[in-house]
Write a protein that binds this ligand. Structure first.
Ligand code: HEC
Ligand SMILES: [Cu+2]
Length: 379
């Protein structure tokens, strides 16, 4: 045995492999099968194009990796020095035409194959059919807004947030943008990531084979609540989709005064909330008055109750038994920055109303919010 390895302490011999095992263990914890953020589990045409490419290139890369590892191991063992002092250099070689040509041409062929396979996939994923529905996806700190142009006339018929609802089995054109910093729109089971950059409209497509709910997450660090900037992509069958559209395209209504709590909540909303939040046909003025937000936009609440979640997809809007999750809704309206990391002093996110609103006003407002729109339609 050589001098150096004889000096190695027995502790180190144990610690090294143990450390390696822990590292591999930690790395593979991300590999749960069937998780909602599983990129290797395509549920639509676009994701499948990416998955096919990943599978082919991944397997090829593993084969190349094995060949290289075997060759390197062979060379290391076969040509190791036999000189006990380590002073003598092995025979030095300069220039070997066959070897140099081989390690240039073989990788070049590999890269050409990868390029030839990737290019059509890139073009296919970027192409959009003008006849398909278009949804403008706006990222802001820290939630997503979805504006639907159903007939491609440049006008948005529906504005919502949190859930992006769309017809299953159809391609939907997305235009991804941001109203403040760079975000990234990502629904792993349906497509790759696409950066949301202020001033740019970047195309992406959404397609799901079957009705279902697919989870998404902002994938570009965008500040304080980046980790709490989620979304759900809800694919509906044709009948449900048409019902959803007809519900969403109806404007809000001014309460008729029958329910006094709702009436008081509606009035308090006008006083405290309508500078930021729009309710179509009821409180339309928020955008005109330039809401005190960096993004200039707060969630449109016209059909709030038609969503499954709120505040960037982090709170459920409904309890398991189907009743409205009034507890979380009330806690949110009372003190949003206490429920999710926001920076209202920096014009990022909703302000706290803990000091301004009494418990009675809060429950009135929640009563009013509960009247906004119908219950969500789920696959
Ligand atoms: C300074 C602007 C501002 C004011 C004023 C404001 N909000 Fe908000 N509100 C926001 C922003 C921004 C969000 C999104 C926060 C997030 O999810 O990160 C939000 C989110 C919400 C949500 C969740 C909506 C969704 O779909 O995720 C509700 C409900 C809500 N606000 C209700 C209210 C009520 C009720 C009031 C008045 C008491 C109010 N807000 C006042 C800016 C405001
Ligand atoms: Cu982010």
């Amino acid at each position: 045995m050589r001098a150096s390895s004889a000096q190695r302490s027995p502790m180190r011999r144990v610690l090294r492999p143990a450390g390696l095992a822990v590292a591999v263990g930690l790395l593979t914890t991300g590999c749960t099968e069937g998780g909602v953020f599983d990129t290797l589990n395509p549920k639509g045409e676009n994701a499948r194009i990416i998955d096919d490419l990943t599978n082919f290139i991944g397997i090829a890369a593993v084969v190349v990796g094995i060949v290289i590892t075997v060759l390197v191991t062979y060379v290391v063992i076969r040509y190791r020095t036999t000189d006990e002092t380590y002073d003598a250099l092995p025979e030095q070689v300069h220039g070997h035409t066959v070897a140099e040509l081989t390690w240039t041409i073989v990788p070049a062929i590999g890269l050409i194959v990868v390029t030839v396979l990737s290019l059509p996939a890139i073009f296919e994923l970027d192409s959009q059919d003008k006849d398909d529905i278009t949804v403008l996806v706006e990222g802001q700190q820290w939630w997503w807004q979805f504006s639907y142009d159903l007939d491609n006339d440049g006008e948005y018929e529906i504005v919502t947030s949190g859930d992006i609802v769309f017809p299953a089995g159809q391609q939907v054109n997305l235009q991804i943008t941001s109203n403040d910093v760079i975000h990234s729109f990502w629904v792993p089971e349906l497509n790759g990531k696409k950066d949301a950059v202020p001033g740019l409209h970047t195309p992406l497509k959404l397609h799901a084979d079957e009705p279902g709910v697919f989870w998404g997450q902002c994938a570009e660090f965008c500040g304080l609540s980046h980790a709490e900037m989620r979304l759900r992509a809800v694919a509906l069958d044709d009948t449900d989709w048409e019902r959803w559209v007809s519900e969403q395209t109806t404007a809000g209504v001014i309460p008729d005064g029958q329910d006094v709590a709702v009436q008081r909540g509606y009035e308090a909303f006008g006083q405290f909330c309508s500078s930021c939040h729009v309710v179509d046909g009821v409180y339309d003025s928020a955008y005109e008055n330039e809401p005190p937000l960096l993004s200039g936009i707060a969630p449109n609440l016209t059909h709030l109750m038609g969503r499954t979640s709120f505040a960037g997809g982090i709170f459920e809007l409904y309890n398991d038994d189907g009743t409205v999750n009034e507890a979380d809704l009330l806690a949110w309206v009372r003190d949003a920055p206490g429920r999710k990391a926001l920076a209202p002093d920096n014009q990022q996110g909703m302000t706290s109303f803990a000091e301004q609103l009494s418990n009675e006003q809060l429950s009135d407002i929640v009563a009013y919010l509960s009247t906004l729109g119908e219950a969500p339609i789920l696959p």
